[in-house]
Write a new protein. Structure first.
Length: 732
């Protein structure tokens, strides 16, 4: 279209196109047929969708013929409001909302085609867990000495299987391998749960999508009615759709294919929720003849930041090639900082923050992003030591998790023998001791000059006498002056681990990673008092209603929680090999590529300055030092795109080599390939025949990592099992 045609189009449309670049204008004025808009980070995708709606209305498209699908109600409302202002027409008749809200509306109108009426009730998460608990109890799967998964974990598995389009047994094996022995019972619960909902006209959130897809797929009449009603379909954040949602979009467009999906393959980072990266990659195949329009002008970041982020994503195995550019002035290159250890990394960030604030940057315009919540623990303690207030999003603060509080309660009692709250928490961990009994014990021992000694002397004939005596012996062993903080921690865990695995029986492997991080942190302290003080220095959160008067805090956030946000200055931390990507992530795997996209999302949150930091030495839970190098995602890009700050020369050596002294020892390579692996007294090797209580008979196929074994089962195919949880029997 030449300039004259463009001007004529604007006059006919009546909708102002001011502020749109050429690619946005092309997407907005697209005519009939499917179109995929690849919207790079900060490229104005919302502006494009809003103008698209306004343009369609101005072309005479009836508002009720437009369906806008988003992932949040707020996003839909904002877009409809803005489209109404631009077009001068009220958009209240445009159908806009989340996938789930739209499913609810259409199922009530057309559900009779599947045999159910419009009077069903939608249940929330709490209701669903209550039903699962009811089914679980009716099957006799809870009670004395039954360490069965909680209703929360069971519902997570049922929902995950639906959203990820996976078999339930496969999902349990891959994500909750310590629960494999309960697989058959969980399948029974699912059957009972589905029957209960059907008999009582109930639907949970997953049912809304599943039944909407069924309605469109199984009823030709319903599909024709709905597709003729919505002649123009707009979908936001298409890279975040799961397989069911992609199928719904394909079926909605039956007969006209007037679909515009907007998204960015480079920002697909939610596979753990069920998002399917390949939905956006497959769109041209599902909609033959689809036009692809790329939005590459970035309105957020300075060009040096974009040059680096372009280089990061350019290495992706599968992608829509694009090159983001910016007209925003700025010449400061991103900084890559190589710290000697994690403490040095935290100190660098805190000092840099202080200088930025002193130079005029507001605290609220500074963010620290990390892959996992526990990666910020060392930084949190450094911030607290400098009295710098922060807000943490996506992942708990160090002291918030229940199992961390459990361990800290022992350490606090050792420092203050009359710490009533910590003693109470410790006593309530014991079986058969409730609040009243705990209070009775506390009244006795806290009146003594030596509470730990008084605990050992406490007389009782109750059933919990043995548990109390074990606690008293453990506490006496911990209460020795010659012990280092790490030594105390080891004794705490020796006593606490069986309790930990009992209390948190359904997800203790995940929680155990936090305890490993806590162990690594305490290893850096010379006295217990300093460690406990640092863990309690975090300022309290503002009370409800005090947000407006509270000072704006700097932000600590997981990368997943930062998506869609932006700050003037961004620090991305923990960019060491083995941490980002995670050491268990295999190169060229789907997870490896998603980790690359995770870094891309993090770096594109920065407007003016970007700092990428990593530690060359990481302390392991057993207090050894792990030599690492920078993330492979950084090593792949041209060093000329960033400034490399290094306080001290890096030591040589192989990645993942261990050493006991980070200053002098020469690292030795760690073998990566093994042909055998040992579990308890059994040694497994390739080709060995084994039997599993659920999967049946199989043969050992590979041994990819310590404590893990890949087995090919006759009935279930290849399964990756963790030897700490899998109950394998060697076949003679």
């Amino acid at each position: 279209m030449d300039d004259m045609d463009g001007m004529e189009k604007k006059r006919k449309a009546g909708v102002t196109m001011e502020g749109l670049n050429s690619s946005q204008h092309k997407a907005v004025t697209h005519g009939e047929g499917p179109v995929l808009v690849i919207a790079g980070a900060g490229s104005g995708k919302t502006r494009t969708l809003v103008h698209r709606m306004a343009w369609l209305l101005d072309q005479g498209v009836p508002p009720e013929s437009i369906l806008l699908l988003t992932f949040t109600r707020r996003a839909a409302q904002e877009m409809l409001h803005r489209a109404g202002r631009i077009s001068g027409q009220a958009c209240n008749r445009v159908v806009g909302g989340t996938f789930h809200a739209s499913a609810n509306m259409l199922l009530r109108r057309h559900g009779h085609h599947l045999g159910f009426g419009g009077g069903f009730t939608i249940i929330d998460r709490g209701d669903a867990e209550g039903i699962v608990n009811l089914i679980r109890n009716s099957l006799g799967l809870v009670g004395k000495d039954k360490r069965f998964p909680s209703k929360r974990i069971i519902l997570n598995l049922l929902s995950g299987a639906i959203n990820k389009s996976r078999k339930l047994e496969d999902l349990i094996c891959e994500t909750q391998s310590h629960l494999i022995e309960f697989t058959n019972d969980i399948i029974k619960i699912r059957k009972g749960y589905e029957e209960f909902k059907l008999n009582n006209a109930l639907m949970d959130y997953d049912d809304l999508l599943v039944n909407w897809q069924r309605l469109l797929a199984e009823s030709v009449q319903a599909r024709m009615e709905i597709s003729s009603l919505f002649r123009y379909i707009l979908v936001d954040e298409y890279q975040d759709t799961n397989l069911i949602q992609a199928q719904i979009v394909r079926l909605l467009a039956y007969g006209h294919d007037n679909v515009m999906v907007v998204g960015d393959d480079a920002q697909s980072i939610y596979s753990f929720r069920g998002a399917d990266f390949y939905n956006i990659m497959r769109f041209p195949e599902q909609f033959p003849g689809a036009e692809i329009i790329k939005l590459e002008q970035n309105y957020r970041s300075v060009q040096p930041i974009l040059a680096l982020t372009n280089a990061v994503i350019a290495q992706a195995e599968e992608k829509y090639t694009k090159e983001l550019f910016s007209e925003i002035e700025g010449k400061v290159k991103p900084v890559v900082y190589s710290a000697r250890n994690e403490a040095g990394e935290a100190r660098f960030i805190v000092e840099k923050m202080k200088s930025l604030v002193k130079a005029g940057t507001e605290e609220k315009e500074i963010a620290v992003l990390f892959r996992s919540g526990f990666h910020s623990y060392k930084l949190e303690m450094e911030l607290a030591a400098h009295s710098l207030d922060f807000e943490k999003r996506g992942g708990m603060k160090l002291t918030e998790a229940a199992h961390i509080k459990d361990v800290l309660s022992f350490l606090r009692v050792l420092i203050n023998k009359w710490d009533n709250l910590s003693w109470n928490r410790i006593l309530l961990q014991l079986e058969k001791i409730g609040p009243k009994t705990a209070l009775k014990i506390l009244d006795r021992i806290l009146a003594d000059d030596e509470p730990i000694t008084a605990l050992a002397a406490y007389k009782t004939t109750a059933k919990w006498k043995g548990a109390l005596q074990r606690l008293a012996q453990a506490m006496a062993g911990m209460d020795r002056l010659e012990l280092t903080p790490s030594g105390v921690f080891d004794l705490v865990m020796e006593y606490y681990r069986p309790i930990f695995e009992r209390i948190y029986h359904d997800d203790y492997p995940k929680r155990a990673r936090d305890l490993e991080q806590l162990k690594a942190l305490i290893g850096g302290y010379g006295d217990l008092q300093s460690f406990v003080d640092d863990t309690t220095l975090d300022p309290p959160e503002n009370a409800p209603g005090a947000q407006e008067t509270a000072p704006k805090k700097l932000i600590l956030s997981t990368i997943h929680s930062s998506k869609g946000l932006e700050w003037d200055v961004v620090f991305v931390i923990g960019l060491s090999e083995g941490r980002f990507p995670h050491q268990k992530t295999l190169p060229e795997s789907e997870q490896w590529e998603e980790e690359r996209r995770l870094l891309y999302v993090a770096a594109t949150r920065a407007r003016k300055q970007l700092f990428l930091t990593y530690s060359r030495t990481i302390m392991t839970p057993d207090r050894k030092f792990l030599n690492v190098v920078m993330s492979p995602f950084l090593r792949e890009i041209n060093p000329g795109l960033y400034i490399h700050e290094d306080p001290a020369p890096a030591t040589g050596g192989n990645v993942f080599a261990y050493r006991s002294d980070p200053e002098s020892a020469i690292p030795e390579p760690t073998p990566l390939n093994k042909t055998t692996v040992q579990s308890a007294r059994t040694e497994f090797s390739k080709g060995m025949a084994v039997r599993h209580p659920f999967f049946g008979i199989g043969k050992v196929k590979e041994i990819p990592a310590p404590r893990r074994i890949e087995v090919h089962f006759d009935r279930h195919g290849d399964k990756l099992l963790h030897l700490d949880y899998a109950k394998l029997e060697v076949m003679e």
